[in-house]
Ligand binder design. Structure first.
Ligand code: NIG
Ligand code: FE
Length: 446
């Protein structure tokens, strides 16, 4: 812990230290250690690039003996404990949270999930343990299509109840924002049902939900050998669901066992016409050029990426597309091909990590375990996996006001009983969360 860092950081809110400002917050968090993930506090600054920067490079953008002022659900001030101490008598006790040197991070963000689905596929898990491959199961009518049948059959209430458990497991580990995909409906009504449940989950639990239209996930049985006809439908459904306020982004599965780049391009064209951002399941099982396509459309993220080439990494770097790394699917499928982490670092492609929670390849509802897997399986650093669950996960969802402890950002925070940020990636199975704050409000129970 380098406690001298605070004194060398230029506090961007220094000019705001007058009495009226410092006594105007709705709430203050005091005696905190903070992993800010904010460039303003030195996160992500290379020492060699630092000539003109005001802040030194500082792992996690960490601050010690620090405090946060919150107003109207936003972070209004971040500074040292000394700066706020004299003003505390002006606050009521209920407006102050003394965290006693515990750690605050941005609320965690799970940026790639399929948590809304019906049924489960533990039978396939057993078959895979007997040596049947994921591709073979899909070819035999199992896999994604099995979940499609169960999801179509579920009532909206049942789908909500089945999915809610998964969301709660994530929230209990500090998640305050989540992306939820459709893609187990593959017909208009069921895609609508999934996206509606995703919106309902966000409303009931009052956390941020980004919805993603993933009808180009698999070929439904009724379109067997008619993939182009199905893509035509996918393109026609998108404007309908978008007009109903159900779609924040558009995704597809670009793979030999799913859709070609040309088919995905047709979906992306519709997305572009609606001003919707795109992302893609790319290079999971083979390299057929999905990430290059995402980069061409200046997509938010390209996800999975085990088979990604350096040439396409350069294209992602140029389009500022986030690489979303999904260790849960790698682990569950016993994959052996590692994603090209070193090349992604070399070309400074921002990396996010996510559970990819889904019933087939990643039945995983722990973002903390995902962080540990990212380090152990892919040699990511604890700082990288935490940044990948906060600031870069926010970027993967186009949420520039989340994922950082920085003035102007949403006051979405998590409080942890840990000695240092790396503990979040190091400990397996212990949940050190002490509370979450969403838009400036602590949750009573999580
Ligand atoms: O992200 N790759 C495609 N889609 C999911 C798998 C879905 C499933 O098997 O149900 C994924 O890994
Ligand atoms: Fe996925």
């Amino acid at each position: 812990m380098n406690e001298s860092k605070n004194s060398v950081l230029k506090n961007p809110t220094e000019q705001m230290l007058d009495e009226s400002t410092m006594t105007s917050f709705d709430h203050v968090i005091i005696n905190a250690n903070i992993a800010t993930f904010s460039v303003q506090h030195g996160f992500g600054i290379e020492t060699s690039d630092n000539v003109d920067n005001q802040a030194d490079s500082n792992p996690y953008g960490q601050l010690h003996h620090a405090a946060i002022g919150i107003k109207n659900g936003k972070i209004a001030w971040v500074g040292t404990q000394d700066q706020i101490t004299a003003h505390l008598p002006k606050y009521q006790a209920s407006q102050i949270t003394d965290v006693n040197d515990k750690w605050i991070t941005p609320g965690l963000i799970d940026c790639h999930t399929h948590i809304v689905y019906g049924g489960n596929r533990s039978n396939e898990f057993e078959a895979r343990l007997q040596g049947v491959s994921y591709q073979d199961i899909a070819a035999q009518g199992g896999g994604i299509v099995a979940t499609v049948i169960a999801t179509r059959a579920a009532s909206i209430e049942s789908l909500f109840a089945q999915s809610e458990k998964r969301l709660l497991a994530l929230i209990k580990e500090g998640v305050t924002s989540i992306e939820i995909k459709s893609g187990y409906g593959l017909d208009l009504d069921t895609e609508r049902k999934m996206l509606t449940v995703a919106r309902q989950l966000g409303e009931k639990y009052d956390i941020h939900v980004s919805t993603t239209y993933l009808a180009a996930h698999a070929l439904p049985p009724e379109y067997k050998n008619r993939a182009d006809d199905y893509i035509k439908q996918v393109c026609e459904w998108l404007p309908i669901l978008h007009s109903e306020g159900l779609v924040d982004a558009v995704d597809g599965f670009c793979e030999n066992i799913a859709f070609s780049t040309e088919q995905i391009r047709r979906v992306f064209e519709v997305a572009r016409s609606l001003d919707l951002p795109v992302k893609l399941h790319s290079e999971q099982l083979s390299d057929i050029g999905g990430s290059a396509l995402v980069a061409e459309y200046k997509g938010l993220s390209s996800d999975h990426l085990e088979h990604l080439s350096e040439e396409d990494i350069k294209k992602m770097a140029a389009s500022n597309t986030v690489a979303v790394i999904l260790p849960g699917a790698f682990y569950t499928l016993r994959d052996t091909k590692l994603p090209p982490i070193e090349a992604l670092r070399k070309h400074q492609v921002p990396m996010a990590i996510s559970t990819d929670c889904n019933p087939g390849t990643s039945p995983l509802t722990s973002l903390l375990l995902t962080m540990n897997m990212g380090c152990t399986l892919f040699y990511l650093t604890p700082e990288e996996v935490l940044a990948g669950s906060t600031v870069y996960a926010a970027q993967a969802l186009g949420l520039s006001n989340k994922g950082k402890v920085e003035v102007g950002c949403d006051a979405d925070l998590a409080l942890w009983d840990i000695a240092r940020p790396a503990d979040l990636a190091y400990q397996i199975g212990l949940n050190p969360v002490q509370g979450i704050m969403v838009q400036g409000q602590w949750r009573d129970t999580i």
